[in-house]
Design a protein around this ligand. Sequence first.
Ligand SMILES: *Cc1c(COP(=O)(O)O)cnc(C)c1O
Length: 456
Amino acid sequence: MNIPVEPFRIKTVERIRQTTREEREAYLKEAGLNVFAVPSESIFVDLLTDSGTSAMSDQQWGGLLTGDEAYAGSRSFYRFEAAIRDITGFPQVIPTHQGRVAENLLFSTICRPGITIPNNTHFDTTHANVAANGADALNLPVPEALHPETEHPFKGNMNLEALEKVLTERKGSIPLVAMTVTNNSAGGQPVSMENIKATSQICRKHGVPFFFDCARYAENCWFIHEREAGYKNKKVIDIAREMFSYADGCWMSAKKDALVNIGGFLAMKDEKLAQTLRNKLILIEGFPTYGGLAGRDLEAIAIGLYEGLDEDYLKYRTEQVRYLGEMLMAGGVPLVKPIGGHAVFIDALAFCPHIPQSEFPGVALTVALYREAGIRAVEIGSMMFAEKDPKTGKVEYPPLDLVRLAIPRRVYTNTHMAYVADAIVAVYKNRDKLRGLRLTYEAPMLRHFTARLEEV
Ligand SMILES: *Cc1c(COP(=O)(O)O)cnc(C)c1O
């Protein structure tokens, strides 16, 4: 196995503490067996999310000190704007304090009942922002995306035939086609340049603008560099420039590939649309040269965007995620394949086939990982997505019950990955002992955050 080597050395450390099993039992009891309610101080390796959890570099920390906090026309804004223009080529740049605000500004402007927004797969906040404005958030993944076992180099691709069909059938009611890179909700799987180009051509033919939801665009470009013919000798930043050249705009949660703890933006060609969005921005975020961020945050994003495209970093980043995945596969743990860019997804239905979906096998696994090893993961399955028919009371379960191990960027060492793999393989060997769960409390919406459970 290749050991992925970190292309950095450590200058500042943050202590993490392993708890005793008794302490963890007490925390679990207190939390109603919901790891969202366990305090982070009692977690040894936290793989809940890769969002806003990156470690910043010495350059970025330096940028925090040199950030310009002027209310209007901050020097840090101009650096931020120049970085985004350089990478995306889009002249209109609008800062926001995170990705979902960019989505809120955009979709509250272009969506209303009767409108459809197609996407390879909407991320949950994207879906919510489209739906909250009465529009239809339509997912058009390729069929391979729904099969965890199927290997495909670009499982995040848009289903082109389905897109062509919907653009024809719903003519006049589609203000924009979106594409999520990498495809977060479908396992962090990348989209090929060929698919991006073809999507762009279909959009142009129908006269519909094409936007990227580009939280993990750098990881996507790395996969293009690695896997797609003709890109081996291209620099990743040039692959990114080519990718953006096929689109009309984008929005980004900078909490992912820009290697910062908070931030986001919109960028586009259309000056008139940008003006409308800026007027809204002033109402909800702030003046157009800071948009809900401090000058120092803009500075850190401007630096982080380039660090996120660094090839040594991207090689290590994707190799570290794959390293964890390969150790788990060697131990027999069933995973979504191939291993994605930012996370490893465990197939909980295959992991514990003795637990029915009505007893939350994914959540049961997150409980076991915390109980055994102080590891926090997140369920993406029946707790998050099961829907009850309000009339019949019949529950509709999602096709997959997954547990996501999201890897924060530049935070954990490969030894941490080996520790996590070891612990999960040990739980897998004793998987018969995992017990199903039943709810003792559930909120009417987004219940996974606050649910309380007990073992059956
Ligand atoms: C994280 C994310 C968002 C939302 O961004 P926030 O910064 O969390 O508000 C939107 N789209 C994708 C693909 C994401 O990964």
